[in-house]
Design a binder for this molecule. Structure first.
Ligand code: NAP
Length: 253
């Protein structure tokens, strides 16, 4: 066990699997008490059990990140469990439409923006409000994507939401800097999770990405967790408004 996040309380959304579970696990290893958030409690329970089995501290809370009343109930539950929150990792996102951008229907559009943009923003409003009330410093880590910085055929609307996440990261970093609240983003490349299964399992897509990736492999959730722990920790006290690209060098050229 490390100590980089000792005495800190972290909310991690989308913590039941994939990148969120890896971030939550690593934060707990570094001493944070972690609030695990996603819609379904079963997956969260399993992650909480694993964290506790490793000597860490975790509380699962079911919450749809796109729904304001559920976000508010989640924060109330977090404060009941641990009295305070210091770190927010916005990670829960969705991409219901795979296809040319103009073929998306309104329901899929709304869902993508509801979770990926309104959900991230609403979580920050809540947690920043709590931090300001406490006059406490804090750190927000928004999981964006490299597709938010470039053309993204077949995932265009999802990519727009990730561009919005990068934009909100930079503006909020400036607006909240005076209060001691840092806001950063991580832009992952292709990471092997359920979310990316269709891409990872497709031989031609996978090899076309791996062939252009300096690291010569697809990323794993733990590759992202190290960046999130750093950005959340006091080691990153002078880092805010940054978009940390963790893509094995995929988008270098
Ligand atoms: N994998 C990649 O290649 C890749 C690349 C770039 C960026 N990213 C980003 O990384 C983040 C995590 O992705 P992942 O690959 O780890 O995905 P994943 O394995 O599919 O996990 C998604 C997590 O989000 C939760 N979730 C989904 N909708 C939710 C909602 N409305 N409210 C609360 N929780 C919700 C899911 O749990 P429930 O089903 O229980 O809600 C699950 O815990 C996302 O922001 C994604 O855009 C991923």
């Amino acid at each position: 066990m490390g100590e980089r996040l000792r005495d800190k309380v972290a909310i991690v959304t989308g913590a039941s699997r994939g990148i969120g579970a890896a971030i939550a696990g690593y934060m707990a290893e570094e001493g944070a008490k972690v609030i695990l958030v996603s819609r379904k409690i079963e997956g969260l329970q399993a992650v909480a059990d694993e964290i506790r089995g490793n000597g860490g501290e975790a509380t699962p809370i079911a919450c749809h990140a796109g729904h304001r009343s559920q976000r508010e109930e989640m924060l109330a539950g977090a404060l009941k469990a641990y009295d305070k929150v210091d770190i927010l990792v916005n990670n829960a996102a969705t991409n219901p439409h795979f296809g040319p951008m103009l073929t998306i229907d309104e329901g899929a559009w709304d869902k993508t923006f509801e979770v990926n943009v309104k959900g991230y923003f609403g979580m920050i409003q809540l947690v920043a409000g709590h931090l300001q009330q406490r006059k406490a410093k804090g750190s927000v880590v928004n999981i964006a994507s490299v597709v938010g910085t470039m053309a993204a055929p077949m995932q265009g609307v999802y990519a727009m939401t990730k561009a919005a996440v990068i934009s909100m990261t930079k503006t909020l970093a400036m607006e909240l800097g005076g209060a001691g609240i840092r806001v950063n983003a991580i832009a992952p490349g292709l990471i092997e999770t359920k979310f990316a299964q269709a891409l990872v399992d497709n031989d031609s897509i996978r090899s076309s990405i791996v062939n252009r990736t300096a690291a010569g492999r697809v990323g794993q959730p733990r590759d992202i967790a190290g960046g999130a722990v750093f950005l959340a920790s006091d080691e990153a006290d002078y880092v805010t408004g940054d978009v940390m690209v963790i893509d094995g060098g995929w988008t270098l050229a």
